[in-house]
Design a binder for this molecule. Structure first.
Ligand SMILES: [Zn+2]
Length: 134
């Protein structure tokens, strides 16, 4: 009996884990979409401001352009971190539940992060630990 109870509670745990991860990943993806939208809006404002300035006296406000570029880069880095979080969640789920043999997902090779040295699947674009591009 203990064995059956164990199996049942384990599969409930697996379902809950998948469900929780699904919800979390969806939230992260929504956040990433918001960030991408904000980047588009920054590009647009940067272009509008640059053109208005150029029209006035044929020059550009470099400080202002730098400010826009820095804001865009910050958001890009945040997106990379969020994508790394998703990879981490998926990797953790695979470790807990066991990798699905039918998924066709296979670790072909390992790539070591140049920043923190963590071993990552070569299928990943970002380090699962620090979120830097691989
Ligand atoms: Zn790293």
């Amino acid at each position: 009996m203990a064995g059956l109870k164990d199996t049942v509670s384990k599969s409930f745990t697996a379902i809950n884990l998948k469900k929780n991860n699904f919800v979390t990943i969806n939230k992260i993806n929504t956040y990433i979409s918001t960030l991408e939208h904000e980047i588009s809006s920054l590009y647009s404002r940067m272009g509008t401001n640059a053109y208005a300035r150029w029209k006035k006296d044929g020059g550009f406000d470099t400080d202002q352009l730098n400010e826009f570029c820095e804001k865009i880069r910050e958001k890009e880095e945040e997106i990379a971190r969020q994508k790394a979080r998703i990879q981490e969640i998926e990797e953790e789920e695979n470790q807990i539940l066991g990798r699905n043999e039918d998924s066709g997902e296979e670790i072909v090779g390992r790539v070591y992060c140049a920043f923190c040295g963590t071993a990552n699947s070569d299928q990943y674009k970002f380090c699962v630990k620090c979120g830097k591009p691989l």
